[in-house]
Design a protein around this ligand. Structure first.
Ligand SMILES: Nc1ncnc2c1ncn2[C@@H]1O[C@H](COP(=O)(O)OP(=O)(O)O)[C@@H](O)[C@H]1O
Ligand SMILES: [Mg+2]
Length: 213
């Protein structure tokens, strides 16, 4: 379970975002909707231990990650969290397999790679360079890399942002399918995709948007 309590995040004392308390149950899938700038990516980054809030706590299975050192947070993220970044963070000159096997540097077991690429329909692209793939294929590689370590929690920041509706819908179907039994928190802009998730959270209501400080 992930409990976000009394969290506020300030950026360089210019913008502050206050979050109402939110709970994410284990094994459920959540779609986060909300206007640009309302604090969706910031929330994912705080859950992943990439950003720290100025106040409040983020408990994951009873442990407050905001209290951990940066090194402990990094280890926690490597072991427990699959993060699908909005801009993929794939290396264009490297192959699909090498982009996934790079995780071995962090002692991640990538032996499930072929099975996952197969499920996502891109096993035939395994030895292709990222720069030769379509947008939908790159998105699937980013998903495969996040999933290969069998994380408990999957965070996906606008996984359909760069895709047309039909391809985006196919990707969301695959992502929610492959995430079964895990906690999935995905930001999307399209309410038509809500039916693939257990819950939809309107982040405009959670944060009330940003305020200037
Ligand atoms: N690194 C940063 N420095 C200053 N302000 C930031 C930074 N990151 C985000 N913000 C501010 O925080 C707000 C929320 O950003 P973000 O979480 O990226 O929104 P969303 O993902 O919902 O579009 C934005 O209004 C932005 O101005
Ligand atoms: Mg964002």
């Amino acid at each position: 379970m992930i409990n976000v309590k009394n969290v506020s995040k300030h950026f360089k004392n210019e913008t502050a975002i206050d979050y109402n308390d939110i709970t994410f149950e284990d094994g459920k899938t959540y779609m986060l909707l909300g206007a640009s700038g309302c604090g969706k990516s910031t929330l994912l980054n705080m859950i992943a231990g990439i950003l720290s809030p100025e106040s409040g706590s983020i408990e994951i299975n009873g442990e407050d990650i905001t209290k951990k050192s940066q090194k402990e947070k990094d280890l926690f993220r490597i072991k427990k969290i699959g993060y699908i970044f909005q801009d993929f963070k794939l290396i264009p000159e490297m192959t699909v397999a090498d982009n996934i096997n790079i995780l071995k540097l962090e002692n991640v077991d990538t032996s499930a790679m072929d099975e996952i690429l197969e499920k996502l329909g891109i096993l035939s692209k395994k030895n292709k360079k990222i720069k030769h793939l379509s947008g939908g294929e790159k998105q699937r590689v980013a998903i495969a890399r996040a999933i290969v370590k069998k994380p408990e929690i999957i965070l996906a920041d606008e996984p359909t942002g760069n895709l047309n509706f039909a391809i985006g819908e196919a990707v969301i179907k695959e992502l929610t399918e492959i995430s079964r039994g895990k906690t999935l928190i995905a930001v999307t802009h399209d309410e038509r995709l809500a039916k693939y998730f257990d819950y939809t959270i309107d982040m405009n209501e959670v944060t009330g948007g940003r305020r200037d400080v």
